[in-house]
Structures are given as structure tokens and as C-alpha cells.
Design a protein around this ligand. Structure first.
Ligand SMILES: Cc1cc2nc3c(=O)[nH]c(=O)nc-3n(C[C@H](O)[C@H](O)[C@H](O)COP(=O)(O)OP(=O)(O)OC[C@H]3O[C@@H](n4cnc5c(N)ncnc54)[C@H](O)[C@@H]3O)c2cc1C
Length: 472
């Protein structure tokens, strides 16, 4: 019996291993056509994550080609693109890995309805998470708003074994026409920063697997303390691979779980972070407004500073606040597309508390600069740090970046790596910042390091006064 073709619409599942969508497409019989669509959501990505995503497309295309398959690139509204492609190749099914952010949910719902109306087997398949958001409930029947009971509910559950990568993918006799990925110029938003950023990046599922196993060999044993030390490589650095689906959370979970069984002391602490990722996704699914507005409406009337062009916001973005830990972290993100988690917490606290600026401004800047940008985790992180989110840090807890530096960057390795001013032989990382930033910023490494734009205790007291004036 001959089967019609199945279109595998690839979005954030850039891997062959443990890809249930791909396996279902193959099992359906008939040729499989992997398709990537340059639609409004993709075009709306921040500069760094768009560039990183294009690297991911190149990597998976290479893996597909090794099996005689390939990606077909098309642009436009997914409803039109998929309908057209279905017609061209006579496909009977379109499968994709489920996403959970409100924009993707709205798009995918529309696509599914349109294709089903045409009689096509249109299906979304799980793969981006370990547990679907509707399968984890409190005893009372709602979703979890607090992490610790969420963790308790999940920690006893089994996670399905990852699926092996296929060794064969059925191809059509002739491939449909494809646009060129290079014509999409997904790195264009980075301008001259692209040449610098590219030195810090590598992509693809093979790289992700290497990083995972290397971390299990050398890093996971010291993770509980190492993850906070900013000057050492104490974390897995898997976030950019997870957000693009170059590795699946259950692949990571199983390897970490095995390390735990073999006695790796901090493997459980690592698994707990992976479960924070699930928590963020479940919250976004159940309360989608977390990505755009205060999760807790009590914050809706808080008088945040909302001017994106405010000189304080500019100084924050440019790593010129005069507070070394903050500036180091803001330069790290600009150069590498990554920021240490403790850096993220500190720059977030500083922006929303010392500068009383709306967390959405920080959220947007991270979206522009991060190669691991993730709709759920970025929103959760910003609302956590600002105090407006679920299970957030208490709003009156203001991180002191100087104390934090003493605790987590004792010796200054992190600050020295990123701040050139005042160093006779500044390292390449610190100098790369000046090659990456827009020339219009007009900054040079031989400039004087700025004085603090806001005195730390003045900023802290001002934040506490503003909170005192309201009830939360
Ligand atoms: C303001 C702010 C914004 C953030 N934005 C993002 C973002 O856009 N994308 C992103 O992936 N993470 C974000 N995080 C969470 C966290 O900082 C990163 O996941 C982590 O630094 C990535 O480094 P890693 O892969 O080495 O993490 P590891 O410490 O090795 O952790 C392993 C994995 O667990 C998950 N994880 C770790 N920490 C957290 C956390 N605090 N919350 C939820 N999941 C976590 C990630 O998937 C991570 O890759 C943000 C945090 C804050 C405070």
C-alpha cells in the first residue's frame, strides 16, 4: 500500500534523537518532508536568537542530508504555506512538535483548524517538555503556582525513555522547491556584532550531547555550589540547545538521573533546575499573560519607569552603570548571547529595584540579546526578580551587587573577564565588547570607568519607600 507524504513542520525541535514528531511521521509510512517556515513569529525573534536559530537549521539540515533527507525552506503565513505544499506534493498529514507560548498556540490552533477542514491529518505531538501542562495538577485540581510542591509532585514520576534517532527517513522521488536559508539573513539584526558572537557559538544536537556528557563527567558533582560562582564554568550551558530543541529535556533528565544513581552528589540539584524549566512552561500554559503583563495584578498600578530611552536604561544596556558586577553581566550578554544565572538575577534586580524600571524593558532587551531566549523562562525570570510573578523573590529583597560580587565573584575573575577599563592587559572577552557594540554607542576600552549612575544604598532605599507606599 502506498502512503501519502507527511510534512514535518520543524520549529523548536531541531534534533533527530528523541523526536516523537519525526518518529510518528516516519511510522505513518510514505515520504517525510521536513519544512521550516519563515513566518511572522520567526521574523519577530530577537537578533541573537534569530541568528542562533539559523545555525540550528543549518545543523539539522546537515544531519538530515546524511540520511538522504533535507529541509525545505518556505516563507509566509503557515496556513498558506502548508496548504500550498500539501497541494504540491499531495501530502496527507502535517505533524509538528507542540509549543506553549500564546503566540504559537494561537498560530497552531489556526493551522490545525484550516488543515483539518481540508481533510488533512494535522497533529501536534509532545516533545518540548517532560510532562504536558494538563497532566500535572494539585490535589485540589488546579495548576501549581509554587515551585516546591510542583517539584514534589513530579519527583516521583517516571520520565519516558528517549527515542533513538532514526537511521532512515523516507524521501520523496523529487523534492519540492526550497528557498535558501541564507536569503533569510537571520543574522542581519546583529550587524557587526555577528562576527564576534559567532566565535562564541556552536550548534546542533551532536554538540549538545557532547556538552551534556562533558558536564556529567566534570561539572555535575560540584553543581550545587558551582552554579553560583560567576567566574567558573559551573553550569551545563545547555539552555540554548534546550530552547531550540537540539536536545530534549528527557534526554538530559535520563543522563542526569543515571549520574545520580551512580552517586553524583549534585545531580539532583541539577534535575531540580530542569524541573524549574517545566514549572515555567506549565505556568505560561495556564496563565499566558505571564509573557506580557504582571502575573500578579497587584502590580498593575506600580509606577514603574517605562521610558525605554531613559539615560539609566541606556547605561544599563551599555554596561555603563558604574556597578562592576552589573556592567560585567550586561557586557557578557552582548558579546556571547549568554549571561550567568546569577548575573541575570542581579541585573534584573538592579533594573527593576535600584532603577525602578519596568521588568518588561529588561525582558525585551534579553529577548534581543540572548541566544538561549525562551518565552517561558525569560518571562518567569523577570517576573521572579521583579516580585510580580508566581513564587517570586519577595519584592522587598533588593540584591546588593557589591555584596553579591564578594560572595559569587570573589577575586573578580568574572568582572575582569568583561570589564576592560583599568586593566593594562584586558582579556579578549572584555575587548570583544567594543567590536560587538554598535559604533553609535561611541565607547572605547581606554575610556574612564563610569561613576555609579545611582548610589546603591540610595537606590535601595528609594525602592523600599516606593513599595511601602503600596500594599501588595
Ligand atoms: C531575568 C532572567 C531571565 C532569564 N531568561 C532565560 C531565558 O530566556 N532562557 C533560558 O533558558 N533561561 C532563562 N533564565 C533562567 C536561567 O538563568 C538560565 O536557564 C540558565 O542560566 C542557563 O544556563 P545553563 O543552561 O548553564 O543552566 P543550568 O544551571 O545548567 O541548568 C540546566 C537547565 O535548567 C533550566 N534552568 C536553569 N535555571 C533555571 C531557572 N532559574 N528557571 C527556569 N529554568 C532554569 C534551563 O533549561 C537550563 O538550561 C532566566 C533567568 C532570569 C533570572
Amino acid at each position: 500500500m502506498t502512503h501519502t507524504a507527511t510534512i514535518h513542520w520543524i520549529r523548536r525541535d531541531l534534533r533527530l534523537g528523541d523526536n516523537p514528531t519525526l518518529v510518528e511521521a516516519i511510522n505513518r509510512g510514505g515520504p517525510v518532508i521536513p519544512v521550516v517556515i519563515n513566518d511572522d513569529i520567526q521574523r519577530g525573534l530577537g537578533a541573537a536568537s534569530a541568528y542562533r536559530m539559523s545555525m540550528g537549521f543549518e545543523a539539522i539540515d546537515k544531519s538530515l542530508r546524511a540520511l538522504g533527507s533535507r529541509i525545505i525552506y518556505r516563507s509566509g503565513d503557515p496556513v498558506d504555506v502548508l496548504r500550498e505544499l500539501v497541494r504540491e506534493i499531495g501530502a496527507g498529514a502535517v505533524y509538528w512538535s507542540r509549543l506553549y507560548d500564546p503566540e504559537s498556540v494561537a498560530r497552531d490552533t489556526k493551522v490545525k483548524a484550516a488543515l483539518k477542514a481540508d481533510g488533512i491529518d494535522a497533529k501536534s505531538v509532545s516533545g518540548h517538555l517532560m510532562f504536558e501542562p494538563w497532566t500535572v495538577e494539585t490535589k485540589a485540581g488546579g495548576f501549581f503556582r509554587v515551585y516546591t510542591p510542583f517539584w514534589r509532585a513530579l519527583s516521583g514520576r517516571d520520565v519516558p525513555t528517549p527515542l533513538p534517532a532514526p537511521t532512515k527517513i523516507p524521501s520523496p522521488e523529487t523534492w519540492p522547491q526550497s528557498e535558501q536559508l541564507s536569503d533569510w539573513t537571520m543574522g542581519a539584526g546583529l550587524r557587526r556584532g555577528q562576527a564576534v558572537l559567532s566565535q562564541y557559538l556552536s550548534a546542533g544536537e551532536d554538540v549538545a550531547q557532547d556538552i551534556l556528557f562533558q558536564f556529567m563527567d566534570t561539572g555535575v558533582d560540584r553543581y550545587a555550589t558551582g552554579r553560583d560562582l560567576m567566574g567558573v564554568n559551573g553550569t551545563s550551558r545547555l539552555s540554548q540547545f534546550l530552547t531550540l530543541g537540539e536536545i530534549s529535556p528527557r534526554q538530559v533528565w535520563h543522563v542526569a538521573r543515571q549520574a545520580m544513581m551512580q552517586g553524583a552528589a549534585d545531580a539532583e540539584a541539577f534535575i531540580k533546575q530542569l524541573v524549574w524549566r517545566e514549572f515555567g512552561y506549565h505556568l505560561m500554559y495556564h496563565t499566558p499573560h505571564i509573557t506580557t503583563g504582571n502575573w500578579s495584578e497587584k502590580w498593575d498600578h506600580f509606577p514603574w519607569q517605562e521610558d525605554e530611552d531613559h539615560p539609566h536604561v541606556l547605561a544599563w544596556k551599555q554596561g555603563r552603570t558604574g556597578i562592576p558586577l552589573i556592567d560585567a553581566a550586561m557586557r557578557e550578554i552582548y558579546v556571547t548571547g549568554y549571561m550567568h544565572n546569577r548575573g541575570r538575577m542581579n541585573v534584573g534586580s538592579y533594573l527593576t529595584k535600584h532603577l525602578l524600571t519596568h521588568w518588561r524593558i529588561g525582558q525585551r532587551w534579553f529577548e534581543e540579546c540572548l541566544v538561549d531566549w525562551d518565552p517561558a523562562l525569560n518571562a518567569l525570570g523577570w517576573q521572579w526578580v521583579a516580585g510580580s510573578g508566581p513564587d517570586a523573590t519577595p519584592y522587598f529583597r533588593v540584591f546588593n551587587p557589591d555584596t553579591q560580587a564578594k560572595k559569587f565573584d570573589d577575586g573578580g575573575a568574572y568582572r575582569n573577564a568583561w570589564i576592560a577599563e583599568g586593566q593594562r592587559n584586558a582579556p579578549k572577552t572584555a575587548l570583544d565588547f567594543y567590536d560587538a557594540i554598535p559604533q553609535a554607542w561611541n565607547l572605547r576600552s581606554d575610556m574612564r570607568y563610569p561613576d555609579p549612575i545611582v548610589d546603591l544604598s540610595t537606590g535601595r532605599n528609594r525602592a523600599l519607600e516606593s513599595y511601602k507606599a503600596r500594599t501588595f
